[in-house]
Design a protein around this ligand. Structure first.
Ligand code: TYD
Ligand code: MG
Length: 465
């Protein structure tokens, strides 16, 4: 038989090319193309040769019960999963090394096992001893889960075929899995893809949920081909700043629930602790009455989260002024500075601007514009914002302050945490339903960023309530 022609695969996007190149033409990544034996074209361990069967098409209206779910018993995790694990589904948990993925899954596994479920934990990265050590440290050594250290997928598959009564199977991590039929090292595109394919197939046939741990590359995507994200039912990212204690579990894809939900944890000496009230955590170290600080009433998924936006202006010694943003988009910071200069007459171009979201949280919502602007104006005028006030609203290029979603849940959270006032976009009469502000919360509606600047500049006073 003729030797099949060699093929080349991009490790970043999974694209196939007939010849090697320094740069992938599909995704533009450099040095990601490597030769893969053609035999690896079809994933999986078995390729049954059966005759084609006609499909039995059905109508849309059928008995479509919501998928049954098994709550893990860790509320912050269950929320992101959409209520719990769905049988026969596959979940990919991505995150930087050392962020706490194994810790989280060991806690989840122990919680399920304690509730009487069968849980299998396959570690390809750590030895049995290391996992036991961690379990002891977490106080979970007595949990009745089944632990194995293995990387050979043939062995794992043979064991999982018999795990029909299992609720969850953890594979830590997918990059360590290895199929002997494929002639490349663990962690390569074809190994990762074929291993995931096989594990997902097993989950479907044996009706357990498989949780795959995936490493994250420097660029922030799960190592291995993007196809991995398409193959699974849910993709969760575990993120956080090594310098901070808290960790955020973020759902980016979920076939069985809402995405952009977050779960908040705190890494403690004895594992991950749930943080049911993240706002209190993020505001814990706030000091009132300093200029350059404003509290943003944000939303993460369906969940309101209050965070402090901090801004520092420093005299620029000459040359191009620095603009640095941590936790917030620097392009949006530049835009707000331009709007404040051009539309509101605030002189900022002689200063270096440093913006920081306290606590290490990353904010993507444009609704934070108003809070960032308030922090900037407060720093520029050296006057503190009202420490009892929260801010939210999007700012447009002409300086107009625009409505944002879910004003009411933001206000409710602010009131719950003892804030007395909120600065928010002015409601335009047309089409706006009335806003139900919680009792005891004074609303300051703002139509243009100039109004905000006027509050600080006018009467030499504070942003009065
Ligand atoms: P780990 O779960 O091994 O991370 P990952 O699987 O994502 O690579 O987490 C390791 C880090 O967590 C390590 O730096 C130590 C820290 N840690 C604690 O602070 N407390 C604990 O109880 C545990 C088990 C780990
Ligand atoms: Mg790990």
């Amino acid at each position: 038989m003729a030797k099949p022609p060699a093929r080349f695969l991009c490790a970043a996007c999974g694209a196939v090319t007939p010849k090697w190149a320094g740069r992938c033409e599909t995704c533009g990544a450099w040095n990601t193309i490597a030769e893969e034996p053609a035999a690896s074209a079809g994933p999986g361990l078995q390729k049954p040769k059966t005759n084609a069967r006609k499909l039995a098409f059905v109508d849309l209206a059928g008995t479509a019960a919501p998928p049954p779910r098994t709550p893990v018993g860790i509320a912050e995790l269950d929320r992101v999963l959409g209520g719990g694990l769905v049988p026969s589904s596959a979940v990919l948990l991505g995150g930087d090394p050392g962020i706490g993925k194994s810790t989280l899954l060991l806690q989840a596994a122990a919680s399920l096992a304690t509730a009487g479920h069968r849980v299998l934990y396959v570690s390809g990265e750590e030895s049995i001893e290391q996992v036991r050590l961690r379990a002891r440290r977490l106080g979970l050594a007595q949990a009745q889960l089944e632990l194995a250290a293995a990387i050979n997928l043939r062995d794992i598959a043979a064991s999982l075929e018999e795990a029909r009564d299992a609720t969850m199977v953890v594979i830590d991590s997918i990059q360590t899995m290895w199929i002997d039929a494929i002639d490349s090292a663990p962690g390569t595109v074809s190994q990762v893809r074929a291993s995931a394919f096989e594990l997902i197939r097993l989950a479907k046939s044996s009706h357990f949920s498989v949780v795959l741990v995936g490493h994250v590359t420097k660029e922030g995507t799960i190592a291995g081909p993007r196809v991995l994200e398409h193959m699974v039912d849910a993709v969760l990212y575990f993120e956080g700043d090594r310098g901070h204690q808290f960790r955020i579990l973020r759902g980016v894809k979920n076939r069985f629930g809402a995405t952009d939900e977050i779960g908040v944890f705190e890494m403690t000496e004895t594992g991950l602790a749930e943080v049911p009230n993240p706002s209190a955590l993020f505001l814990a170290e706030r000091r009132g009455n300093v200029s350059g600080s404003a509290v943003f009433a944000g939303l993460e998924g369906t969940r309101p989260v209050l965070v402090e936006v901090q801004c520092l202006l420093a005299p620029n010694p000459g040359g191009a002024p620095r603009r640095s943003a941590v936790g917030w988009d620097s392009g949006r910071l530049a835009m707000l500075l331009a709007v404040l200069e051009t539309r509101c007459g605030l002189r900022l171009n002689a200063s270096d601007v440093y913006l920081n979201i306290a606590g290490g949280l990353r904010i993507a919502e444009p609704a934070a514009d108003l809070a960032v602007a308030a922090a900037l104006v407060s720093a520029a005028t050296d006057q503190p914002t009202d420490p009892g006030m929260v801010f939210f609203g999007e700012v447009g290029l002409s300086g107009e302050v625009r409505q944002v979603a879910q004003a009411e849940s933001r206000l409710k959270e602010a009131q719950k945490l003892g804030f007395g006032a909120a600065c928010l976009p002015r409601r335009v009469a047309r089409g706006n339903r009335p806003l139900f502000a919680p009792d005891g919360l004074a609303l300051q509606e703002i139509g243009h960023l100039g109004d905000l600047v006027g509050r600080f500049a006018g009467k030499g006073g504070k942003s009065s309530t």
